[in-house]
Design a protein. Structure first.
Lengths: 389, 486
C-alpha cells in the first residue's frame, strides 16, 4: 500500500462546496488506487453555520479513515470589519491579514495533530486556498503539502498571506488553465505546479419523469443547482430574470435546488425552490431542464456546468467567469451572457429556437469525456505525487 | 368654497405648470374661487419654496385661509433629492403640510415606484404614511391607482381616478395645412411626431430607430421639445437624438423653446403622435393628441394604454413599434426584425453537420442584445470603453482607508470609535471610487476583469461590499469566543 496521504478538507458533510466535494472524490480515488488515505476534517457539516454535528474522533468510512476535529466558529465583528477593508482595496499588514484569517472558521485540534503527526504522511493534500488549514500547513509541513487552490478572482486572492502560503507549499494543483493564468498574474505560482483538473461522473440514475412528479414540475424550465448567495451570482440572476420576464413576457420558470434564501425578488418571480435534494434528483433535474443556468462569476472549475454538459443539457452561463467562459468556448456546448440584455436574448433563443440550442448541447458529453474523467485526473494526481513527494 | 391650488404655475416651462394653468382656467371659468401657490415666483398669487421648512410654514399659513387645498404632486416640487437625508427632510415637511393644511386633496403626477427600482420597503412605508394623510389622493389612470394601492399598501377606496385631460383646452386654431405650412412640413408627407421635454425616459430615440426600418421617402419624424433641466445625461441624450436625426434626412430635431400654441400646432400638423416612453405614469401629450383627434402609438408603460383612445395603438417592444408605425403610414417595413435573421446553417434544410454553431448563436445573442440595450437604455455605455486614450491613475493607487490604530491610548481609542461610526458610509464610498478607478484604468490587479452582469461596475462594486460581507460563512452563528491559535 502506498502513502500514507492526508487529505485535509473543511468538511466532509453533506452541505459542502465544490472544493470539499472534489477533495473527497480525490481521497476516495487514491484509496481505490491502493493509497493509504486519511481524511482530516471537521465535525461541521454545513459551511454556513460550521456547527459541529458529527462526532469528533477517528473512524473508518468506506475506504477512508476519517478523522474529525472540532471547528471553532467565526469571530464575526472582527472578521466583517477586516473583510470590509480588504474589499475596499486597502492593503492590510501581514499581522492584520492573519488576524482576519484567524477570525474565520478554524480548527485548533487539527493544528495540534499536524504539529505532532504531519511528518508521518508522504503528502498532505489541502484546499481550497481560503481554508484556514492551508496557512497552518504552510507553517508546519510545507515540504509535503500539495494545495488545490480552487482560485478565482476576488480581493482575498491578493492577500500576502496566501502568496506566502502558495509559494511555500510543495506544489499546486490547478483545475483549469484560466485558474493557472490568474494565479500567475497574481504571482502565486511557485516551482511546482500541475494541471490535474477534476472530473464529473455519470449520475447513478436519471429519471426525469420521477423528478417532475416528485417535485411537481411541469413544462419547460430552467435549472440552477447550488448555493443561493451573492458569491454565486444569485441576486444578479434574479434581477436578470426579472428583466428577461419584462422583455419576453412570462417565460420559463426557474427551478433551483441547494441551500440559501431565494429572496423576495425570487419569490415574486415564482422561482421554484426544491431545497437540498439527493444527487440523483439533482442530475434528473438538470437532465430535464431546457437549460442549466450558471450565474456565478467566481468559479474555479464549475462542476455543475460540466455535469450539465455531460447530460447534453444546454448551458447559459455568466461570461464574467473566465473558467466557465473557457469551458463554453472550448466545448461549443453553451451560451454565455455578459449583461441582462444578453441574458434575455439567450432565453429568447431557448424559446424561439430550442432545437438549435439543444444541438449545441450535443457537444457537451464528448468534451467532458475527453478531458474530465476520474481515471485521467487520478493519473495526473499520482504522477505529481510521485514526482514531488 | 375657497380653493388653494398648490402647483408649479406659468410662466414656467413645465408640463405640470401647463396642466395647472388649464385647471385654473377651467375652475375660474366655472366661477369657483381659486388661488394658486407655486414653488417658484410665478403668475400665482402666492409662492413658497416647498422644499424648505420656511416655505412649508408659509404654505401652511396661506393654506389655512382656504377651505380646500389641491396639491399637484411631483417629487421635484417637494424634494431636493431622493438620497436618504433629502428624502427624510422632504418627507417630514410634506407630512407637516398634509397634516396642518385643511382638507388636502392630492393629485399624484409621479411618485417613486418599484417598477423603476426606486422604492425600498422602508420608503414604501413612509410614502404610504404620507398618502394616508390627505383627504383624497387622485391619479390619472386605473393602472396608477392599482400600482399605488399595491406598493404603498393603501386602501384602494382612498384613491380616485380623474381624467387627465378634463381641463385641457386648445391653444391653436390652425388648420392642418396652415400648421404644416407654418412649420415647414411638406403637404404630402406623412408626419410622425415625438413632442415633449427631451429626456431619456421619453424614448424618442426608439421612434427614430424605428423610422430607420421603414421604407418611404415621404415619411417624416419630427422630434420637438427642449431640455427642461440640464444634466450631463440629458445633454448626452440630446446629442444622441441629434446624431440620429443627422443620420436620416427624414428625421428633424427641433430642440428649444416651444410655446403652448406651437406645441399644439405640431400636433395638428402631425399624422400620428408617437409616445415611445420607457416609463411614465400618464401623459399630457397623449391628452393633447386626443384633443385634436390625432392617433397615438404608445408603449405599454404606466397608465398609457388606458389613457389613449381606441383608434390608437399600444406596443410593447421594438418590433411592435416598427409594425405599428408601418401600418399607420402604409409603409413597407424593411428589417422589422433584423435581429431575427436566420443564422447560417439553421432552418428546415439544415443538416446536423451544418447546424448553427455556438459562435453563430453567440453572435446572434450579442447582436440582439445590442438592440435590446438601445431599446431600454440608450445612454448606458458600460460595455464600451469610457476613454480610448491613455489615462494616468488619478489616485496613484487604490483608495485605502488608514490602518486601524492599535493600543489602549486615548488617541487610538478615539480613532477606533470614529472608525466604527463612519466605516459603514466610508467603506462603500472607497469601494465605489476604486471601482471607478478600475474602470478608468482597466487595472487588472484590482479585482475581476468584469465582475458581474449588471449594467455597470458600480452595482457590482456595491454588491461586493454590502452583500458579500453580509454572507460570510457562519453569519448566522454567534462567535464562539475562542482565541486564535497562531
Amino acid at each position: 500500500m502506498k502513502g500514507p496521504i492526508a487529505v485535509v478538507s473543511a468538511t466532509a458533510g453533506s452541505n459542502v462546496g465544490g472544493a470539499e466535494s472534489m477533495l473527497r472524490d480525490v481521497a476516495i480515488g487514491l484509496a481505490e488506487r491502493d493509497w493509504n488515505v486519511e481524511m482530516l476534517t471537521t465535525a461541521a457539516e454545513d459551511i454556513y453555520t460550521w456547527e459541529n454535528v458529527a462526532e469528533v474522533g477517528s473512524r473508518h468510512e468506506g475506504l477512508l479513515k476519517v478523522r474529525r476535529f472540532e471547528a471553532v466558529g467565526l469571530t464575526q465583528p472582527l472578521r466583517d470589519r477586516l473583510s470590509h477593508r480588504i474589499l475596499a482595496g486597502e492593503k492590510l499588514t501581514m499581522a492584520e491579514q492573519y488576524r482576519w484569517a484567524n477570525a474565520g472558521m478554524r480548527v485548533p485540534g487539527l493544528y495540534d495533530f499536524l504539529v505532532e503527526h504531519g511528518r508521518e504522511y508522504q503528502a498532505i493534500v489541502c484546499g481550497p486556498y481560503m481554508f484556514w488549514a492551508g496557512l497552518v500547513l504552510a507553517d508546519v509541513a510545507p515540504e509535503r503539502t500539495v494545495l488545490f487552490p480552487c482560485l478565482h478572482d476576488e480581493p482575498f486572492a491578493r492577500l500576502g498571506i496566501y502568496k506566502f502560503m502558495m509559494r511555500a507549499v510543495r506544489g499546486l494543483w490547478f483545475l483549469t488553465d484560466p485558474e493557472f493564468q490568474l494565479a500567475s498574474r497574481l504571482g502565486l505560482v511557485g516551482e511546482r505546479y500541475a494541471f490535474v483538473g477534476s472530473a464529473v461522473t455519470n449520475p447513478a440514475s436519471i429519471d426525469v419523469g420521477s423528478f417532475r412528479s416528485r417535485y411537481n414540475v411541469d413544462g419547460d424550465y430552467l435549472f440552477f443547482a447550488g448555493r443561493r448567495e451573492w458569491g454565486k451570482g444569485w441576486p444578479q440572476l434574479m434581477e436578470d430574470l426579472a428583466f428577461a420576464r419584462e422583455v419576453l413576457g412570462d417565460c420559463f420558470p426557474l427551478v433551483t435546488c441547494g441551500v440559501g434564501e431565494v429572496g423576495s425578488l425570487g419569490g415574486r418571480l415564482g422561482v421554484r425552490d426544491i431545497g437540498a435534494v439527493p444527487d440523483e434528483d439533482r442530475a434528473s433535474g438538470q437532465a430535464g431542464a431546457l437549460a442549466y443556468i450558471q450565474p456565478s462569476a467566481m468559479e474555479s472549475f464549475s462542476r455543475t456546468v460540466l455535469e450539465a454538459f455531460l447530460l447534453a443539457t444546454p448551458v447559459v452561463a455568466n461570461w464574467h467567469s473566465a473558467v466557465v467562459r473557457w469551458h463554453c468556448e472550448r466545448s461549443g456546448a453553451g451560451l454565455t451572457y455578459s449583461n441582462r440584455y444578453e441574458f434575455a436574448e439567450c432565453l429568447r433563443l431557448l424559446r424561439d429556437r430550442p432545437q438549435d440550442v439543444r444541438d449545441l448541447a450535443q457537444n457537451g458529453p464528448s468534451y467532458v469525456r475527453n478531458e474530465f474523467t476520474w481515471p485521467a485526473v487520478m493519473d495526473r494526481v499520482e504522477a505529481s505525487l510521485g514526482a514531488w513527494t | 368654497m375657497r380653493t388653494l391650488l398648490v402647483s408649479p404655475f406659468p410662466p414656467a416651462r413645465d408640463g405640470l405648470a401647463t396642466y395647472a394653468a388649464q385647471l385654473y382656467a377651467t375652475w375660474t371659468g366655472e366661477g369657483r374661487s381659486v388661488e394658486v401657490l407655486s414653488p417658484e415666483p410665478s403668475a400665482a398669487q402666492f409662492n413658497a419654496d416647498l422644499k424648505t421648512p420656511a416655505g412649508i410654514l408659509r404654505a401652511i399659513r396661506v393654506a389655512r385661509r382656504f377651505d380646500r387645498v389641491v396639491v399637484q404632486f411631483h417629487p421635484e416640487t417637494f424634494f431636493y433629492g431622493m438620497d436618504p437625508l433629502h428624502f427624510l427632510q422632504g418627507w417630514a415637511w410634506l407630512m407637516a403640510f398634509f397634516t396642518l393644511a385643511p382638507n388636502v386633496e392630492v393629485v399624484v403626477h409621479e411618485t417613486p415606484h418599484k417598477a423603476a427600482g426606486r422604492l425600498d420597503s422602508m420608503r414604501a412605508l413612509l410614502w404610504g404614511a404620507l398618502w394616508r394623510r390627505p383627504e383624497t389622493v387622485s391619479v390619472h389612470t386605473e393602472a396608477e391607482r392599482k400600482a399605488m394601492a399595491d406598493e404603498y399598501s393603501l386602501d384602494p377606496k382612498k384613491l380616485t381616478v380623474i381624467d387627465h385631460g378634463s381641463g385641457f383646452t386648445r391653444h391653436s386654431k390652425a388648420t392642418r395645412s396652415e400648421a404644416r405650412s407654418s412649420l415647414g412640413v411638406e403637404p404630402g408627407s406623412f408626419l410622425f411626431l415625438c413632442a415633449g421635454f427631451i429626456q431619456p425616459h421619453k424614448g424618442f430615440d426608439r421612434a427614430a430607430r424605428a423610422l430607420g426600418c421603414l421604407d418611404g421617402d415621404d415619411l417624416r419624424l419630427a422630434i420637438v421639445g427642449e431640455m427642461r433641466v440640464w444634466t450631463p445625461e440629458h445633454q448626452a441624450y440630446l446629442d444622441l437624438l441629434r446624431s440620429l436625426s443627422e443620420s436620416d434626412p427624414r428625421i428633424t430635431l427641433h430642440d428649444g423653446y416651444v410655446s403652448d400654441e406651437t406645441f399644439d400646432r405640431w400636433i395638428i400638423a402631425s399624422d400620428v403622435v408617437v409616445l415611445p416612453y420607457r416609463h411614465i405614469w400618464s401623459s399630457g401629450v397623449a391628452e393633447r393628441a386626443a384633443l385634436y383627434e390625432r392617433p397615438v402609438i404608445a408603449t405599454d408603460v404606466g397608465g398609457l394604454a388606458e389613457q389613449i383612445s381606441s383608434s390608437s395603438r399600444v406596443v410593447s417592444d421594438r418590433e411592435g413599434l416598427i409594425r405599428a408605425m408601418a401600418e399607420a403610414c402604409g409603409a413597407v417595413a424593411g428589417s422589422v426584425d433584423g435581429a431575427s435573421e436566420p443564422v447560417p446553417g439553421s432552418g428546415a434544410q439544415a443538416t446536423r453537420r451544418s447546424r448553427s454553431s455556438s459562435e453563430d448563436l453567440q453572435g446572434l445573442v450579442a447582436q440582439r442584445a445590442g438592440i435590446l440595450h438601445e431599446w431600454y437604455d440608450p445612454l448606458d455605455r458600460s460595455e464600451r470603453p469610457i476613454l480610448d486614450v491613455a489615462v494616468s491613475d488619478p489616485l496613484q493607487g487604490p483608495l485605502a482607508l488608514p490602518a486601524g490604530q492599535r493600543g489602549v491610548g486615548p488617541k487610538a481609542i478615539a480613532q477606533r470609535v470614529v472608525s466604527r461610526l463612519i466605516d459603514w458610509r466610508v467603506v462603500p464610498i472607497a469601494l465605489y471610487v476604486n471601482a471607478m478607478r478600475e474602470q478608468l484604468l482597466g487595472d487588472p490587479t484590482l479585482s475581476t476583469d468584469r465582475g458581474g452582469t449588471s449594467d455597470g461596475p458600480r452595482s457590482q462594486a456595491a454588491g461586493a461590499l454590502v452583500t458579500k460581507t453580509s454572507r460570510q460563512p457562519g453569519r448566522r452563528r454567534p462567535s464562539s469566543g475562542s482565541a486564535p491559535r497562531s
